[in-house]
Design a protein around this ligand. Structure first.
Ligand code: MN
Length: 162
């Protein structure tokens, strides 16, 4: 809210108007909004995924944040290749029916509202069920050295169907 040419927030002066320019005080942080129409949906790289996969970037954090968030939609049967993340990954199932497997463990089904937490540097894959589309929000952090996802071979039909 504005009083006397200054913008106040809970009683604190956040910025003042001078010659028509808003001068922001120390500690004031601007809200940033990425409008949906500014960022088109991308098709995921063919060499890293099986089937049709679409990615909407949510966030690439700026230092000191190392956060990455992407909303990913898989067509039926589509999935990532085997890969791992330096600080692990959290998947939140948004829509449809999905699958996820950490190597050595069972193939697990994911449904809307489920959260899957994948440990650091654990080979895994995730994707849609064979007959259902699947959308998840994928959240991870880059490593302390800035390293990102490490990719391996594609998931065979035998492993996917296990
Ligand atoms: Mn992953």
């Amino acid at each position: 809210m504005r009083t006397g040419g200054c913008i106040r927030h809970v009683g604190r002066v956040m910025g003042c108007l001078g010659s028509g320019v808003i001068l922001f005080g120390k500690g004031f942080a601007m809200l940033k909004i990425h409008r949906a129409e500014e960022r088109a949906t991308k098709r995921a790289a063919e060499d890293l995924f099986t089937g049709d996969v679409f990615q909407d970037e949510v966030l690439v954090g700026e230092a000191p944040s190392r956060m990455r968030a992407t909303n990913v939609t898989f067509n039926p049967g589509a999935r990532t290749a085997w890969h791992q993340h330096p600080v692990g990954q959290t998947l939140w199932a948004v829509a449809g029916v999905g699958r996820v497997q950490v190597e050595g463990g069972p193939v697990e089904e994911l449904r809307p509202g489920d959260t899957a937490i994948i440990p650091p540097n654990a080979r895994h894959w995730h994707g849609a069920a064979p007959d259902r589309i699947f959308t998840h929000l994928a959240m991870s952090e880059t490593g302390e050295d800035g390293g990102g996802t490490e990719w391996f071979e594609k998931v065979s039909d035998a492993d996917y169907s296990r």
